[in-house]
Design a protein around this ligand. Structure first.
Ligand SMILES: CC(C)(COP(=O)(O)OP(=O)(O)OC[C@H]1O[C@@H](n2cnc3c(N)ncnc32)[C@H](O)[C@@H]1OP(=O)(O)O)[C@@H](O)C(=O)NCCC(=O)NCCS
Length: 210
């Protein structure tokens, strides 16, 4: 599948993920996308590898596009000292990028407490990482075994991104129990997070705290 077809297919899949009031999107990372960073955004991520700056540029341009659909134009999306994106007043959101694609989700704070999003290639997780991710309470019902642990990994990262802005706690994989049959996760400090996901053409997980 070429890049454009991949983006089109993923956009269609992601349309299924969003709950009412949540806008989601995806965008291929292209050469030169670091130039999409607004000056305030570039200043917030000064010491990064060029590929990371490029991906941040793609993701922030995408997130600003989603905000513009809500009437919020050209507002910089900063970065906290902990790495969390900083959203304009009244909004919550999340961004993620793998090597090829950026994804983003935004919502109004009045409707949604916090959001987390993650994306991963639809490929098995390397064994050394896989052994760290699963805990006994995780339920992966109905997911092809080849991708189940990668999906679990992505779900836990999305949950972390949704909960960190609320609790300021650095969670490990062992602190998040995922039940894909119930489409939810529970953290060690008791937060219950709603999950939705797609597997193809890429894994994307959206985590919603309400
Ligand atoms: C947040 C984290 C999970 C991101 O994972 P990643 O694979 O490096 O990168 P992704 O592309 O998926 O996401 C990157 C985006 O996450 C967001 N992010 C980073 N730290 C965040 C935090 N503390 N809270 C919420 N979002 C955060 C940023 O928007 C970042 O984009 P940017 O770098 O362009 O600003 C990782 O950087 C991290 O901080 N891990 C520590 C905790 C952990 O890994 N626990 C085990 C999993 S639960």
């Amino acid at each position: 599948m070429n890049d454009k077809a991949d983006e089109t297919a993923l956009r269609a899949e992601m349309g299924r993920l969003a709950l009412p009031g949540i806008r989601v999107g995806c965008r291929i990372i292209r050469d030169g996308d670091e130039a999409l960073l607004l000056p305030e955004e570039a200043a917030a991520i000064p010491a990064r590898h060029p590929a990371a700056r490029r991906a941040s540029g793609t993701a922030r341009a995408l997130a600003r596009h989603l905000l513009a659909l809500e009437g919020i134009e050209a507002v910089p999306i900063g970065r906290s000292s902990a790495g969390a994106p900083l959203w304009p007043s009244g909004f919550v959101g999340s961004i993620a990028h793998d090597e090829e694609m950026a994804v983003a989700a935004i919502a109004r704070r009045a409707d949604t407490l916090s959001l987390g999003i993650d994306t991963e290639p639809a490929e098995p997780l390397p064994d050394d990482v896989a052994s760290l991710v699963a805990i006994p309470g995780d339920v992966l019902a109905g997911i092809a075994p080849r991708l189940a642990t990668r999906l679990l990994f992505s779900a836990k990262e999305a949950v972390y991104k949704a909960t960190y802005p609320l609790d300021g706690e650095v969670l490990g994989y062992e602190h998040i129990t995922v039940d894909l049959a119930r489409c939810e996760a529970v953290t060690a400090n008791g937060r219950r997070i709603r999950l939705s996901h797609s597997l193809f053409p890429r894994i994307v997980v959206l985590a919603v705290a309400t």
